[in-house]
Design a protein around this ligand. Sequence first.
Ligand SMILES: NC(=O)c1ccc[n+]([C@@H]2O[C@H](COP(=O)([O-])OP(=O)(O)OC[C@H]3O[C@@H](n4cnc5c(N)ncnc54)[C@H](OP(=O)(O)O)[C@@H]3O)[C@@H](O)[C@H]2O)c1
Length: 261
Amino acid sequence: MRYDPEAALRALSAHTGDRPFVIGQLGQSLDGRIATPTGKSKYISGRGALEHLHRLRAHVDAVVVGINTVLADDPQLTVRMVEGRSPARVIIDPKGRLPHSPRCLHDGATGRILVVRSKAHAYANGLSGKIDILPISCDGSGNLPAKDIIAALHARGLSKILIEGGAQTLARCLSAGIVDALHVMVAPVILGSGQPGFALPPIDDLDEGLHPRSEVFTFPDGDVLFCCNLREKRVSIAQDSTMQRTAKRRTLSDPVVRRLS
Ligand SMILES: NC(=O)c1ccc[n+]([C@@H]2O[C@H](COP(=O)([O-])OP(=O)(O)OC[C@H]3O[C@@H](n4cnc5c(N)ncnc54)[C@H](OP(=O)(O)O)[C@@H]3O)[C@@H](O)[C@H]2O)c1
């Protein structure tokens, strides 16, 4: 289907805000890379895809990125390519690595929230006053539980939340099972090397993977958008009894099967 903004954003627009709605996004190459080996990701996808990203921002209350993305891209995280208001910008930076200079700290566009392990990290860097500090307690492995981050943002009145990247931040949210929808933009480009998309804990069987129901939209320049609903499962071939019955019926009568056997 040709890209239709209303259809692509239907689930997000329909959400009422009684609980958080978390949507992840990632732009990747045909070979699953989200950036070059030197961390350059501007711009793997084309203009329509970039407009879609800005449209996503315009439909959420908060946009969340990991600290590596800020250090690599220095993104503004505002809405500029489409109509709409900019969301609050949230940076997950447990160890206080955020420098003084990022652009998002020096514009007056919208609110900024720094998610840290303890307030001490932000104060040590002299960031207090420039950005709201949101301390979150670590789990046993020293990570900030993604569920707690989202709950704390929701408690601040931010209910539609876009996880814009990078891959590690998105992977932690996916592993925690808190992502409702995922928009993956695939560009017709092969990088051949570079940073891979999100990596999740290893699985043995295909059935253990995520099989979201998806809608697919194409852009004139060849970019393809997968809008995945992670709350609804796509019926896999192995589970589809109709297909199994058809496959059984085919065994001897199908000339292709006869030729192969
Ligand atoms: N193609 C795209 O759509 C897209 C989008 C965004 C970014 N990018 C690219 O992605 C690259 C960066 O991605 P990345 O995967 O390396 O890093 P990232 O996700 O931007 O940041 C990861 C870091 O954020 C902190 N973090 C995030 N969630 C955390 C949690 N729940 N608990 C504790 N710490 C958490 C950790 O910081 P500490 O290490 O300090 O603990 C972690 O190492 C850049 O090259 C950027 O250009 C691509």
